[in-house]
Design a protein around this ligand. Structure first.
Ligand code: FES
Ligand SMILES: [Fe+2]
Length: 351
């Protein structure tokens, strides 16, 4: 079936805000240790730390005394202490201790905002919207993170561009052209597109270079000569605000997004290689399977980082071109991107 050339509404989409009532990923679990970590969701500075029980706390990154960043301070038990005068704040954001408080003085009644936060599947998820809606909105699960049959690799994306450029890059599998030297996938054809108010599912048929069906086939990740092109379904989904993809039975990739500002996006790309085909492996003791999983963590690092570098270059050039000439029209052939922009707009209208 032939589709006409499509027009996407670039000019408005690159200024679009976010749906605050969503869970955004601000850090990997392993990044939050004993000291505060500064993160940003859509221009809102947030400080993340672990309390005395290792539970994650997320507060506005602003000391109400003189408006400096709390993330310059230190964690003291369950409290976070500002670097400047040492005021300490509890996990609810209330001022709990001031060492130089005189006997006739009360603690200041100032309170900073605390954010719903969860640690799940290896990442820290923050809800920047209406607190009472947080429990009604589900977090995109990554069941493969703990599953012993999956080998994970994580690559961090930092790009100076609006998040829409990143999502469109990820949903348009025709850009495999860019990655030919990394042999990611080939010859994609978009077959079906399903959409509702929460997600877009684009079903492509493509050719894959990799097949993980024998123990030695993991070495395909390292040796191009071992790879053979073969047809595989390639499904990519925009599950607002994140992205997930499967290529055949062997590969799954997530992109967990943190929109920093209208011109900056951070994201975590998590690649899982499945060991499901190795039924003998599954009979081995759990400790040994855990050892294999942990030892192979990062096996696809070079591939994933290489793909990210190429994508980020294109995405940042798109942003620059947009800033230089916001009125210039672009052309589109992939109908999935029209759906993607429609979902972005409807999500922002929601919250
Ligand atoms: S500015 Fe934070 S304690 Fe004074
Ligand atoms: Fe890409």
């Amino acid at each position: 079936m032939q589709y006409p050339t499509l027009t996407t509404q670039n000019n408005h989409i690159r200024q679009l805000g976010i749906n605050y009532n969503s869970w955004y990923v601000v850090a990997g679990s392993n990044e939050v240790k004993t000291q505060p970590l500064a993160v940003t969701i859509w221009n809102q500075p947030i400080v993340i730390y672990r309390d005395s029980t290792s539970k994650i706390i997320a507060l506005e990154d602003r000391c109400p005394h003189r408006q400096v960043k709390l993330s310059h301070g230190q964690v003291k038990g369950d409290l976070i202490e500002c670097a400047y005068h040492g005021w300490r704040f509890n996990p609810s954001g209330e001022c709990a201790e001031v060492d130089y408080l005189a006997d006739n003085q009360k603690l200041p009644s100032c309170k900073i905002r605390s954010f719903p936060v969860k640690e799940q599947d290896g990442f820290i998820w923050v809800f920047p919207g209406d607190e009472i809606k947080a429990e009604q909105v589900s977090i995109l699960g990554l069941p493969e993170w703990e599953h012993l049959n999956y080998i994970a690799t994580v690559s961090v994306i930092n790009c100076q561009a609006h998040y829409s450029f990143l999502i469109e890059n990820l949903m348009d599998m025709y850009h495999g052209h860019l990655h030919q030297n990394w042999q990611a996938w080939a010859d994609p054809v978009l077959h079906d597109l399903d959409e509702n108010n929460y997600r877009i599912d684009a079903h492509y048929q493509a050719q894959s270079y990799y097949k993980i069906d024998k123990i030695c086939s993991v070495s395909q990740l390292f040796f191009p000569a071992l790879r053979r092109l073969h047809p595989e379904p390639l499904d990519v989904s925009y599950v607002y605000p994140h992205w997930v993809s499967t290529l055949g039975n062997d590969f799954k990739i997530y992109c967990l997004v943190c929109p920093v500002s209208a011109t900056e996006t951070k994201a975590y790309l998590i690649h899982f290689t499945s060991l499901n085909a190795f039924w003998r492996l599954h009979k081995l003791p759990v400790w040994f399977r855990r050892f294999i999983k942990d030892s192979l963590f990062g096996a696809a690092q070079k591939l994933l980082d290489g793909l990210v570098r190429q994508d980020v270059q294109m995405i940042e050039e798109e942003q620059q071109a947009y800033l230089q000439n916001p009125e210039r029209k672009s052309y589109e052939l992939n109908r999935a991107l029209v759906s993607v922009q429609r979902l972005m707009r409807s999500q922002v209208e929601k919250g």
